[in-house]
Ligand binder design. Structure first.
Ligand code: NAP
Length: 265
């Protein structure tokens, strides 16, 4: 299926590796021009090179890499200084650390809310009206399955991302955006084999003294698909949500978790 996004400009945040990179790759393979963002310049430039050299990316597709912390006003100014009129925006940044709510002070909360709620809102604010004026826009927020099925030690994530989810539910349904072919959806990963997930398992292994592989196997057994997801399949779903064909899908929370969420709705 041709997704109808050749030549569109996509901003993909948190894209030097993991799920963000998966989204960037899938969009570039559909011919979308990219601005990819991460803080670490070396890994980001390497990611850009991989995309430019990808045989499945159509010739002429542009890939720009901007090293910036997307959770800061300065970082966002750097990105929008390069280009303002994005057709596609994938919001993403690192998730907050796990822990016990008794240990989180105002600073810890503000950091989580800034990264996982206010930053996507700022990115939507900066791009949605321009998209509406041009008659095409796709915004995908990478959130977490924890929005639907909260995980106790991820309280910072549960809280901040639920705030974003509530905001998106309202703004996506404003007729000014929805009637102008601008959609805003959230993509909710379950367990994906990325550095972040492996880092979590390494932490659990240290705490419990169990081998990492044993912890990973135990987690996999809880997932009906009996495996972790990979960034490529995550990216493919993201690209589909950004397609011309997905114009009637907005304000949704799309779970991608191998069947791990046990509810009907
Ligand atoms: P990852 O493998 O650690 O990759 C994170 C990417 O985001 C890197 O490119 C990182 O590069 C970049 N990044 C982090 N903070 C940034 C910032 N402030 N500004 C710009 N770029 C930033 O993580 P992932 O597994 O792909 O996860 C992506 C998101 O999905 C996270 O919010 C995570 O909590 C959420 N999630 C993941 C899973 C999973 O199973 N993997 C499940 C549920 C939710 P730099 O560090 O160089 O900036």
């Amino acid at each position: 299926m041709n997704l109808g996004i050749t030549g569109k400009w996509a901003l993909v945040c948190g894209a030097s590796k993991g799920l963000g990179f998966g989204c960037a790759q899938a969009l570039a393979r559909e011919g979308a021009n990219l601005v990819i963002v991460a803080r670490g310049d070396e890994a980001l430039q390497a990611a850009a090179q991989t995309l430019r050299a990808d045989a499945e990316v159509p010739k002429g597709t542009k890939v720009e890499a901007i090293a910036a912390d997307i959770t800061t006003p300065e970082g966002r100014a750097k990105v929008f200084g390069f280009r303002k009129d994005f057709d596609i925006v994938v919001t993403n940044a690192g998730g907050p650390p796990p822990g016990d709510f008794r240990d989180w002070d105002r600073e810890a909360w503000m950091k989580a809310v800034d990264a996982n709620m206010l930053t996507p809102i700022e990115l939507i604010k900066a791009t949605a009206d321009g998209m509406a004026a041009r008659g095409f826009g796709r915004i995908v927020n990478i959130t977490s399955s924890a929005v639907k099925a909260p995980i106790d030690i991820l309280g910072l994530s549960n809280g901040a991302r639920s705030g974003l989810t509530g905001f998106v539910a309202g703004v996506a349904r404003t007729s000014k955006l929805a009637s102008a072919n601008v959609t805003i959806n959230n993509l909710l990963p379950g367990s994906f084999d990325t550095d972040r997930l492996r880092g979590n398992f390494a932490g659990a292994a240290k705490k419990t003294g169990k081998p990492v592989q044993e912890i990973m196997d135990a987690r996999m057994k809880t997932i009906p698909a009996q495996r972790f997801g990979n960034a490529e399949e995550f990216g493919a779903t993201c690209a589909w949500l950004c397609s011309a064909q997905a114009s009637y899908i907005t304000g949704q929370n799309v779970l991608i978790d191998g069947g791990a969420y046990p509810g009907t709705y």
